[in-house]
Design a protein around this ligand. Sequence first.
Ligand code: ASP
Ligand code: MG
Length: 437
Amino acid sequence: MALIVQKFGGSSVSDTDALKRVAQRVVDAHRLGHEVVVVVSAMGDTTDDLVDMAAELNPDAPKREMDMLLSAGERISMSLLAMAITKLGVPAYAYTGRQAGIHTDTRYGKASITGMVPERVARALKLGSVAIVAGFQGVNDNGDVTTLGRGGSDTTAVALAAALHADVCEIYTDVDGLFTADPRIVPLARQVRRLDYQETLELAANGAKILHLRAVEFARRYKVALHVRSSFSNKPGTWIADCDPSPRLTGYLASECFTTKETEMEQPIISGIAHDRSQEKITVVGLPDQPGTAAELFRQVAKADANIDMIVQNIAASTPGRSTITFTCQSGDAKDVLARLEEARDVLDYREIVYNPDIGKLSLVGAAMRTSPGISARFFDALSKANVNVEMISTSEVRISVIVDADRLDEAVRALHHEFQLDASETEAVVYGGTGR
Ligand code: ASP
Ligand code: MG
């Protein structure tokens, strides 16, 4: 008997028919003798609709009330699903984040989990019931509802899987798994069978939208095996872990999931290409070229509570004693960052700020890059042949990222997909619902 956490995204629970289908899947796993914990997102576009309604009433809605509102979407789907499962003859109980013992800090709208005490969930399982937990929400020390940020239900699921020592955390969505690139941009994208945590982290951190970044971080820290798969088919998805599936899952998981990395015929060098349109570029021109400048600059930027991604510094030959620092941040944070920099104009003593919102980021990811020389040369060569200008570069052990003009991003992704022979011989990707939720 295995303990399985199943997380269903919004497109998998979009209406009552979808809920019936999910209920059947849960019951099937339960009838095989497994313990099943289910985490649900809000139905379809519910969260977006709630956000829109709030914005109509108050564009600057109080954050506490916003979380109270958004947490309601998951309450609807969790209770309806409990009813559908019970109808199939299996007892099921739905729990809010608070009832499931998910404790968070007080950062409304982007709370972090600080403790997990899923006692009631564990008790429900002991009694032979299915436990359903509302995704993306917890409770803070004041007893208020908090949410974990958009897409945060993945994190709820992984955190529960970790706390309950689950054998697998299944992330059900509307695509068959992770692909070598976004099938909407690269029609010949192929499904990836297997990824390790670091590759998945790099993909998620660099714009692959299928998994919440914090969920992957959590999975890596607590060694939770993830299986990203479609709720619309029974095909094997993408197995994400540093090890093979537990033998307790034999007969539950498709046999393809048990092929180990070593036995795979051909290990591709590149696992995937992620892209991200959500960043913007800010250049601070003519900063004093002396110790402490960068520290002061990023101290000011930090006041905007913005996450900075790429950073490049250049010394301009034409203006001795002056340097230029360029960085990227999330588009939602750029306005605040620019305001902070304007405020700090005297302290920072720069000449000018150049702001460019029209950029795209592309990242090539693969664990085998560590041991494969010549990747960078091929990477930049392919971009140059596609006539794509590179504006910024950053690398890690298993990744190369570049910033390019937003208009050239799709072309750049396709060029690299082709260069690294990731193209499938025929179209393989099926996007069932289309949103990746
Ligand atoms: N319903 C929330 C959202 O749409 C959380 C989630 O689906 O993961 O962002
Ligand atoms: Mg999601």
